[in-house]
Design a protein around this ligand. Sequence first.
Ligand code: AVI
Length: 321
Amino acid sequence: MHEFEPSADDFFDELFLGLSQDQKSIPSKFLYDKTGSELFDQICGLDEYYPTRTEMLILRNHVAEICTLFGSDCRLIELGSGSSAKTRVLLDHLHEPAAYVPIDIAGDHLLRSTARLAHVYPQLYITPICADFTDAFTLPQPPYSTKRTVAFFPGSTIGNLKPVEAEKFLRRIATLCGTGGGLLIGVDLKKDRPTLERAYNDARGITAAFNLNLLTRINRSFNAGIRSHQFQHYAFYNEEFRRIEMHLVSLVDQTVQLNGAPFVFGEGEHIITEYSYKYTAQEFANLAARSGWRVKRFWTDAANLFSVQYLEIKCFSKALT
Ligand code: AVI
């Protein structure tokens, strides 16, 4: 996950809107400034945070079959490519890929990792795109012999979207990939509450620091003078909505000024900072079907913690509507 640096106006507008509701919230994309992105990288290596290593294990175990499904002359696009670490597992095994299109919002990282990849895979046609993949963007013309466009969306980032948003997003990706297209996606699975809650409440407090860093970012952007120690990280599994919820809880009654606008927080009041939806295989298959996709293959690990799924476009005309 890489740095997200919005304009101060956009940040303020979204913050103002989120904090003006009865249930206060801040969009989770703002968690990823430089410090937030570094903390997230640390989270990925934590014992309690099973998704990253489990997804890598599944990819390694099934890469031959995955690449057979992609076929030869496929154009691989990666949504939120970062360092492209997981993609390298694929690139090492792909049959004569036509092109690789890494898409990431962080231009510097994108150029650096593209240069590294070009060195390791000198034959590979790489066309990086600096864009927010949740917004509309266009793909460059595919090179001569592209048989299929496959999108790669690892990490269960799909879980950070509400199901209606996820459906819209998956439809857009179907349109982007076009006829015969595919999607290789990492999806975190529903499991026992203790395992889920441990993953978002690690013993070293890295996830807490990641969440509280939002307040530091707000202070830096708006000179808000929020005292971070007067808020507490809180993450729990909401069974009814099948999602981990990350909150910041005000420990005292306090008023915070944002560009002169006062926001009042009562003692014990919660700000929602992130949702992370968890799916069963069937629930995700239903979401995929509503978005114009069909799950062709589903791989998981021995403990059923995480899944990697290969989706094919079900009916292109439906995907477009
Ligand atoms: C990026 N995303 C898939 C992570 C997740 O698990 O929802 C973000 C995260 N938040 C706290 N820990 C990790």
